[in-house]
Design a binder for this molecule. Structure first.
Ligand code: NI
Length: 129
């Protein structure tokens, strides 16, 4: 990264939903952005926490914790960290743009996940060129 990156411009070049794109790397972490709408799949990352920042819209993250299931709602400008190993399912009814910060190589559907429907990208992130 030798020049500043406009997240707004970068998001404008991403067509697919739930398709994380790497805007920068910090040590061995990726800074990834994605446009999302509807539901992702339930999944868990066994070896890493997952940081979310909502850039636009509203993101909901369903969580399986404390023996039950609940959800956190993240309006624009909110941050949240899903702890490692916790099953979660991001969703956005009306659509959102998000930034995630996680170790390079982290699979977007985690290490354990429900069957992945068509249209959900199983990836460790695409580089924005
Ligand atoms: Ni995740």
């Amino acid at each position: 990264m030798t020049q500043p990156i406009s997240l707004e411009a970068a998001l404008g070049r991403i067509e697919a939903l739930w398709s994380p794109h790497i805007v920068s790397q910090v040590n061995d972490y990726d800074v990834r952005i994605a446009r999302v709408a509807g539901e992702h799949v339930w999944h868990a990352h066994d070896d890493t926490d997952e940081f979310f920042l909502v850039l636009d819209g509203e993101l909901e993250i369903a969580l399986r914790r404390n023996g039950g299931e609940d959800a956190v709602v993240l309006p624009r400008g909110s941050v949240f960290v899903v702890p490692r190993g916790m099953e979660h399912r991001p969703s956005s009814r009306d659509g959102a743009s998000i930034l995630a910060f996680e170790p390079t190589g982290t699979l977007s559907v985690g290490d354990r996940h429900d069957p992945v429907p068509d249209g959900v990208d199983v990836t460790t992130g695409h580089f924005l060129l």
